[in-house]
Ligand binder design. Structure first.
Ligand code: FES
Length: 134
């Protein structure tokens, strides 16, 4: 999160390890840095759950894969049909459709996915030019 203003129901997080980019709540910095330190210092968690910007989810996935911790990550993709017909929400490389197979995905769902953290498809179904791979 950027700041304490992004934290909803703050009373529910008492005792939790928090990080904010401006340091207004928890530790100053990215939550992925905090997660990495927690994974390095132990104890090993039973699982890691993540929701947020996809670039952060990609960083979390890389960390928990390195530390061999089970995980579930919640993805948001631009959706049109919402029931598996249009392909708008599909993850490149695997064909997993976030609308029908997600939005919460695990390690095996993300094998072969090539577009995590990339700009999403526009309403036309195209990717912004910066994300297209050759
Ligand atoms: S929104 Fe159409 S396939 Fe997912």
């Amino acid at each position: 999160m950027n700041s304490s203003a992004d934290l909803i129901f703050p009373a529910d997080y008492q005792g939790a390890a928090l990080a904010s980019e401006d340091g207004s709540v928890g530790r100053r910095g990215l939550v992925t840095s905090l997660l990495e330190e927690m994974l390095e210092s132990g104890p090993r968690p039973r699982a890691v759950y993540g929701a947020g910007p996809e670039r952060m989810l990609l960083a979390v996935q890389e960390l928990v894969t390195r530390f061999e911790v089970p995980f579930q990550l919640s993805f948001e993709r631009y959706m049109k049909c919402g029931f598996g017909l249009c392909g708008q929400c599909a993850l490149d490389g695997s064909g997993v459709q976030v609308c029908t197979e997600g939005p919460v995905l695990e390690r095996q769902d993300l094998e072969g996915v090539t577009d995590l953290g990339q700009p999403h498809r526009t309403a036309s179904g195209r990717r912004p030019a910066t994300s297209q791979k050759t």
